[in-house]
Design a protein around this ligand. Structure first.
Ligand code: PMP
Length: 313
């Protein structure tokens, strides 16, 4: 699945050459921050979706954990472009990661301890497979998302994904494609790797960013597209039972994109098929990449154009 070349600490290298020592701090203490981004094949060639927003979140995550990335956001953006060019990829899932490397085993990292930065590209299709067409069967997890003042869920940190793994393992054991977690207060939070939306009485609803969620970029995209399409939407606290009385439920994420949910806890959502609002938003979203939806927000960074602009500068 991986592309032959990646970017590692300032250089394009063959995939196999980017290795790490077993004493790396991140391996022991979860001190990594990362991003998941997509490059879409557009009529003008490969284009990053919301690259600046992903890079901004990467820097915000690093700041929360006092990790000095050692490169500027512009350098990270340009490295992301280089990875696509080096691999000649028409589309990709891209994974930048910043982590504390090998520099001692103290939990408190010593001053100036090493930080490694890598950017990998993968050929990754729809995360939950054909659920993007037919809808996913999901279950509510017995694991809650972290409470406020525990692990910051706005940071996309490696350690946060221990919570996601518990939710996903339990979902798989229960025969579900994905698990949905409640927050510390018993209200809806998010999926193991996706934000959650539902449609009730024609209105699009999603838990607020204070609900122990990652403030997803796809979530923000859907809220923006919905407003543009005149679909009423509201970010608000929602109880678990809102899932059982919803007309439609779907999940969003860079990997999952917009994945309809057809059942929750083995109860059908609506008539058990992706609903009209979900379809309309999927069309608007995927239309950004084939040109049917005009990119009025400047969300696309065309790889070739950006690279030739850099070379000219
Ligand atoms: N929540 C979690 C826990 C995630 O891992 C992701 C995927 N990055 C999301 C939400 C969705 O975020 P985004 O749309 O920015 O990919």
């Amino acid at each position: 699945m991986n592309a032959p070349f990646l970017w590692h600490n300032g250089q394009i290298k063959p995939w196999a050459e980017a290795t790490v020592h077993v004493s790396a701090h991140a391996l022991h203490y979860g001190s990594s921050v990362f991003e998941g981004e997509r490059v879409y094949a557009t009529p003008q060639g490969p284009a990053y979706f919301r690259l600046d927003d992903h890079t901004r979140r990467l820097f915000e995550s690093a700041r929360m954990y006092e990790i000095d990335i050692g490169y500027t956001p512009e350098q990270i953006n340009s490295a992301c472009l280089d990875v696509i060019v080096a691999n000649r990829m028409p589309s990709a899932y891209v994974r930048p990661i910043v982590f504390r490397g090998a520099g001692g085993l103290g939990v408190l990292p010593s001053e100036g301890s090493p930080v490694d930065v890598s950017i990998m590209a993968l050929n990754w299709g729809a995360y939950l497979g054909d659920a993007i067409e037919h809808g996913a069967d999901v279950g509510v997890s017995s694991w809650n998302r972290p409470a406020p003042n525990t692990h910051p869920t706005w940071a996309k940190a490696g350690g946060n994904y221990l919570s996601s793994q518990l939710i996903a393992f339990e979902a798989r054991r229960g025969g579900y494609a994905e698990g949905i977690a409640l927050g510390y207060n018993g209200l809806l939070s998010e999926g193991a790797g996706e934000n959650l939306f539902l449609v009730r009485r024609g209105k699009l609803l999603t838990p607020p960013t204070s609900a122990g969620i990652l403030a997803g970029i796809t979530r923000d995209t859907v809220l923006t597209l919905a407003a543009d399409l005149g679909i009423p939407c509201e970010e608000r606290d929602l109880p678990r039972e809102a899932l059982y009385s919803a007309e439609e439920v779907f999940m969003t994420g860079t990997a999952a994109q917009i994945t309809p949910v057809r059942s929750v806890d083995r109860k059908d959502v609506g008539n058990g098929k992706p609903g009209p609002v979900t379809r309309q938003l999927q069309q608007a979203f995927f239309g950004l990449f084939d040109g049917r939806t005009e990119d009025r927000w400047g969300w696309l960074t065309h790889v070739r154009t950006a690279v030739s602009e850099q070379e000219a500068a």
